[in-house]
Design a protein around this ligand. Structure first.
Ligand SMILES: NC(=O)c1ccc[n+]([C@@H]2O[C@H](COP(=O)([O-])OP(=O)(O)OC[C@H]3O[C@@H](n4cnc5c(N)ncnc54)[C@H](OP(=O)(O)O)[C@@H]3O)[C@@H](O)[C@H]2O)c1
Length: 167
C-alpha cells in the first residue's frame, strides 16, 4: 500500500504564538471544529506535553489512533489503544505500518514536535488567529519550504494550507 500522507495542523496568533502554560491561549470554536473535521478517522501524532494538555474527556482524541512521542515512552502509562514512539520519525513509521487506505497522519503539536516533524510533512494546515496573545510556545518558521496553496477567512481567524514545494 502507498505511504500515508503526513500533514501538520496548527493554530498560531499573528506573533506565531501557539501555547500558554500547557494550553491553547484562546478559545476559537470554528478552529476546534476544523481540527475535529480534518483529523477524525485519521492518525494523530503528538508530543507528551500536548498529550498531557488534552482535557480528560478527549484524551485520547476520540475516533482517531493517538500516538504519543516521548524520549521515555515506557514511563507514559498510556491507555489501551494509544501507541507511543521515541521520536516523531518513529511515530510516522508506526502510523504508516497500520494506516488504512486514505488515512492521513496528522502531526498535532506541540512546538517541539512541530520543529522536528514539519520537515517530514507534505502539507501544513495553518490557522492564523487574529490578534496577539501572551504565552510561552511558538511555531518555528517553516513557510520557506512550502507554498500557499489555499486560503479562507473565518470570523476570528484565517485558514491557510501550505504544500511542500517539491510535491
Ligand atoms: N496552537 C496549536 O495548534 C497547538 C497544538 C498543539 C499544542 N499546542 C501547545 O503547545 C504547547 C506544548 O508544546 P511543547 O513544545 O511544550 O511540547 P510538545 O511538543 O507537545 O511535547 C514535548 C515532549 O514531546 C517529546 N518529544 C518532543 N520531541 C521529541 C523527540 N525528537 N524525540 C522524542 N521525544 C520527543 C518529549 O517528551 P518527554 O519529555 O516525555 O521525553 C518532549 O518533552 C502547549 O501549550 C500546547 O497547548 C498548541
Amino acid at each position: 500500500m502507498k505511504s500515508p500522507l503526513v500533514c501538520a495542523i496548527v493554530a498560531m496568533d499573528e506573533g506565531r504564538l501557539i501555547g500558554r502554560e500547557g494550553a491553547l491561549p484562546w478559545h476559537v470554536p470554528e478552529d476546534l471544529k476544523r481540527f475535529r473535521d480534518l483529523t477524525s478517522g485519521h492518525i494523530v501524532v503528538m508530543g507528551r506535553k500536548t498529550w498531557e494538555s488534552l482535557p480528560p474527556k478527549v484524551r485520547p482524541l476520540p475516533g482517531r489512533l493517538n500516538i504519543v512521542v516521548s524520549r521515555n515512552p515506557v514511563a507514559l502509562a498510556l491507555p489501551d489503544g494509544v501507541l507511543s514512539a521515541s521520536s516523531p520519525a518513529e511515530a510516522i513509521a508506526k502510523a504508516a505500518a497500520v494506516a488504512t487506505e486514505g488515512q492521513r497522519v496528522w502531526i498535532i503539536g506541540g512546538a517541539e514536535v512541530y520543529r522536528e516533524a514539519i520537515p517530514l510533512c507534505s502539507e501544513v494546515f495553518l490557522t492564523v488567529v487574529k490578534g496577539r496573545f501572551s504565552g510561552d510556545a511558538w511555531l518555528a518558521p517553516f513557510e520557506d519550504s512550502f507554498y500557499l496553496s489555499d486560503e479562507a477567512s473565518g470570523e476570528a481567524c484565517s485558514f491557510r494550507r501550505y504544500t511542500r514545494r517539491s510535491c
